[in-house]
Ligand binder design. Structure first.
Ligand code: F6R
Length: 614
């Protein structure tokens, strides 16, 4: 989970940068660096692999004086975590220096283009292309800001970028592309701050500007301007972040749930960091302690979880069985203990738990362990029991989830199960290196696609206006999207108190279709996959019983508009990753319906975030 801090003003830039990066340490990282412009326009760069203390000691023994600089904590995606791959990255002639959060999806094309022109690359990162590209524009005679703008226009993917040029010691340029990497400006008196997350700069200022997707800012010591990437100056709001820590953490959002829904593109990137190498097409999960011997010995996984985490496990069953050919059962923690499940030393129990402290889940896995099972966990809360007691774990790396209704933990835990399926498939010899590389490649577009889904909140407000008085809802889906119907229904019922049921669409005719009339809207998940025609037929059956259908459908699907009453279009990804994209509209729909009903979205009645009792 990379962090960015930038500063221009009257203080020593390195002090501000190091203290800001320290505040972002909780997000996790594997290397750190900074660049400061000193007197005479010399830029000093210090970078170190490992923890921030390494960089701090480096700066202590070899200080960097200067009043403008940028810093970064990196979590590797392209290239191993070493000093050379750490940010900031400097262009060939040292005229541009860059830090970046996110993934430059088209970096290979850009790299080849630059190499053909004689540019020498020193790191394995995607970020380095940004520095060289900007320098190429700069050396063609454009000014620094225009060079930065032209460079940003060529990047694909979701990123936050900050650049400086030693020849312009009065200017920082920053930008946000897509919805993954956040970037904020902090306004001071005669000084300006830039940060990926506001905790990094809240010690210095509470006046915050949040850059939106496709916006950039040119920042000087006393002024700044927010523009579109074509240079058009944009109106923007300055938020006064109150002093209490809760409001500070909420930032510009009205509720934590809304913030956490919006954070998903970033939390997916963070989940991939350090684990996926897009160049090599490989996955590493060091904390899982997996060996080929263990992966081949295990002949069954019991996924154990509760609530939303249980539904994530149901999606994971598809992934583990289809991708890794690993038989997988999914059980509620609260029920597993009261069966007599067949568990032995060839069984792995996989606990999925955001809090890592859910009593039902923990007791169930403990019981399986006593019978000899290997215990794995996918867990968000760092240091929680589910992490401490596991033989192997995957940390969700999504940051704290505060809203009681789980959102980002759902999508990141599915992503983690996808990675686990790839790793197990590799170790069990059921996936070729080429197939793994293809499946890894599918992940690259996921953050940006999630950002696209979350872009248009207005359509959910409209639907909420129409449907917030309804007392019953039905959610239907099939195959890997059936658990998404279950999760959509759970989200709605827990925060809006509307009765909602999730059903596998094929089961409708065996009973639930009797419920359908004009008072019971049906939310149908209808992606263009191999079950499309069957889902269309369910939509038609619901319509012919007087039901109103809201469809979640694939962009470009022209047929669905004639079949359903309302359509929410989402981008198409691989069938294994599509559930992650499909659930996001359901989260937003629930959120806006609950809001209209005046419910306490973050703390719904009768519910707690961490259920530590049985
Ligand atoms: C629903 C929700 C709950 C939790 C469940 C398990 O939005 O948040 O259903 O998913 O209580 O919690 P964890 O994942 O912490 O074990």
């Amino acid at each position: 989970m990379c962090g960015i801090v930038g500063y221009i003003g009257a203080r020593q830039a390195s002090d501000v940068i190091l203290s800001g990066l320290r505040r972002l340490e909780y997000r996790g990282y594997d290397s750190a660096g900074l660049a400061v412009i000193g007197d005479g326009g010399n830029v000093s760069v210090r970078r170190e692999a490992g923890k921030l203390d390494g960089l701090v000691n480096m700066v202590k023994s070899d200080p960097v004086d200067g009043l403008i600089g940028i810093g970064h904590t990196r979590w590797a995606t392209h290239g191993v975590p070493n000093r050379t791959n750490s940010h900031p990255h400097t262009s060939m002639n040292s005229r541009i220096v860059v830090v970046q959060n996110g993934i430059v999806e088209n970096y290979l094309t850009l790299k080849e283009e630059l190499q053909a022109e004689g540019v020498k690359f020193v790191s394995d990162t995607d970020t380095e292309v940004i520095a060289h590209l900007a320098e190429r524009f700069y050396e063609s005679g454009l000014d620094f800001v225009t060079s930065a703008r032209k460079t940003l226009q060529r990047l694909q993917g979701s990123n936050a970028v900050v650049m400086l040029s030693p020849e312009h010691p009065d200017t920082l340029v920053c930008a946000r592309l897509g919805n993954a990497g956040g970037i904020t400006l902090g306004l001071g008196e005669g000084e300006m701050y830039i940060a990926s997350d506001i905790p990094a700069i809240l010690d210095y200022t509470r006046q915050i500007v949040f850059l939106e997707n496709g916006q950039m800012s040119v920042v000087n010591q006393n002024e700044y301007v927010v523009t579109a990437l074509d240079g058009t100056v944009l109106e923007h709001e300055v938020h006064n972040i109150p002093w209490d820590p809760v409001s500070a953490a909420k930032g510009k959002y009205r509720h934590f749930m809304q913030k956490e829904i919006a954070e998903q593109p970033q939390s997916i990137i963070d989940t991939l960091r350090g684990r996926v190498d897009f160049d090599k097409g490989t996955v590493t999960l060091p904390e899982m302690n997996l060996t080929a011997e263990l992966a081949n010995k295990i002949n069954k996984i019991y996924t154990i979880a509760c609530g939303t985490s249980y539904y994530s496990g149901l999606v994971g069953k598809f992934l583990l069985e289809s991708i890794a050919r690993m038989p997988t059962e999914v059980e509620y923690g609260s029920e597993f203990r009261y069966y007599d499940p067949i568990v032995d030393d060839k069984t792995a129990v996989l606990a999925i738990t955001q809090s890592g402290e859910t009593a039902d889940t923990l007791s169930a896995v403990e019981q399986a362990r006593e019978k000899g099972a290997t215990m794995w966990s996918i867990v968000n809360a760092f240091g929680s029991q589910a992490m401490r007691s596991a033989d192997g774990y995957i940390a969700m790396q999504t940051g704290p989830e505060i809203g009681v209704a789980s959102t980002k933990a759902f999508t990141t835990s599915i992503t983690d199960q996808y990675l686990l399926a790839l790793k197990l498939g590799e170790l069990r010899g059921v996936l070729s290196a080429e197939r793994i590389a293809e499946l890894v490649n599918d992940l690259a577009l996921l953050p940006d696609m999630s950002g696209q889904v979350l872009n248009d909140e207005a359509q959910y407000e409209e639907l909420a206006k129409l449907f917030h008085r309804v007392e019953h809802f039905l959610f239907i889906g099939r195959g890997i999207n059936y658990p998404i119907a279950l999760e959509g229904a759970l989200k709605l019922k827990e925060i809006s108190y509307i009765h909602a049921e999730g059903y596998p669409a094929g089961e409708m005719k065996h009973g639930p279709i009797a419920l359908i009339d004009e008072t019971m809207p049906v939310v149908a998940i209808v992606p263009q996959d191999d079950l499309y025609d069957k889902m269309i037929s369910q939509v038609q059956q619901s319509k012919s019983r007087g039901g109103t259908v809201i469809a979640i459908a694939t962009e470009g699907d022209t047929r669905i508009e004639n079949e359903a009453d309302h359509v929410i279009f989402v981008p198409k990804t691989s069938k294994y990753l599509q559930p992650i994209i499909n659930v996001m509209p359901l989260q937003l729909l629930s959120y806006h319906i609950a809001l209209r009903r005046g419910c306490d979205v973050d703390q719904p009645r009768n519910l707690a975030k961490s259920v530590t009792v049985e």
